[in-house]
Write a protein that binds this ligand. Structure first.
Ligand SMILES: Cc1cc2nc3c(=O)[nH]c(=O)nc-3n(C[C@H](O)[C@H](O)[C@H](O)COP(=O)(O)O)c2cc1C
Length: 203
């Protein structure tokens, strides 16, 4: 039986829910699955697929996700792995290329397409190009099967005051950056199964 590790960081529970959805989908496909948080340094050896997820924060993946990747770089370089990032807003810069990997964008996002001349700094830091640029700073030599962007939830009640204030500020500039749960369990489950299929095909 193939086995997967689903490891995640989550500040307000959104990515944790996605990790649970992905794990259930893989189990239904006949995989043995271990789910754990990135800061607990779960044992990675022996898994055929590692799904790594975390929230987007000011355009960047969370520090705990980056820490897990750095600590396990050697294993991730030789194993099938994929990343899932949860956020609430995603734009696309028309004239900027994307890395040649399997990029999945949750259909729940309604991306604004920017001609980059017209994207201001706040808008640019909420685009798929900016997100990937910062994710790749951590991925480096790892070659993931894919990267999935999923719409999660914005939960002000769970945020400390400083982050609430930052969020109110971002909301002035960014479309859809509002308190709402956009999670699509089907999108997450379908993507997880697609990554599992790719891992099986590659084995
Ligand atoms: C300070 C702060 C910055 C954020 N920055 C982004 C961002 O750059 N892009 C985005 O799509 N969502 C952003 N979000 C929204 C979160 O990524 C989103 O709510 C995510 O689903 C939360 O996941 P979690 O509950 O697992 O922490 C931000 C939220 C906060 C509080």
């Amino acid at each position: 039986m193939p086995s997967a590790l689903v490891v995640y960081d989550s500040k307000t529970g959104s990515t944790a829910l996605m990790a649970a959805i992905a794990a259930r989908a893989l189990e239904e496909k006949g995989w043995a699955v271990v789910v754990d948080t990135a800061d607990k340094a779960p044992e990675i050896e022996g898994h055929d697929l590692v799904l790594i997820g975390g929230p987007l924060r000011l355009g960047k993946p969370s520090k705990k996700l980056a820490g897990f990747v750095n600590a396990n770089r050697e294993y991730l370089e030789k194993t099938a792995c994929a990343f899932f990032l949860s956020g609430v807003s995603l734009g696309i810069v028309k004239k900027e290329s994307l890395p040649e990997i399997d990029i999945y964008i949750d259909p729940g996002f309604e991306p604004i397409v920017y001609d980059w001349h017209f994207a201001n700094l706040m808008e640019y830091t909420h685009t798929v190009q900016y997100y990937l640029k910062h994710l790749y700073k951590h991925i480096g030599s790892i070659k993931p099967l894919g990267v999935g962007f999923f719409r999660g939830k914005m939960d002000f009640a769970e945020l400390p005051l400083k982050e609430k204030l930052i969020t109110y500020f971002i909301m002035i500039f960014i479309k859809d950056f509002e308190e709402k749960d956009y999670t699509s369990p089907k999108a997450v489950a379908d993507w997880a199964c697609r990554m599992a299929q790719k891992a099986e095909d590659r084995a």
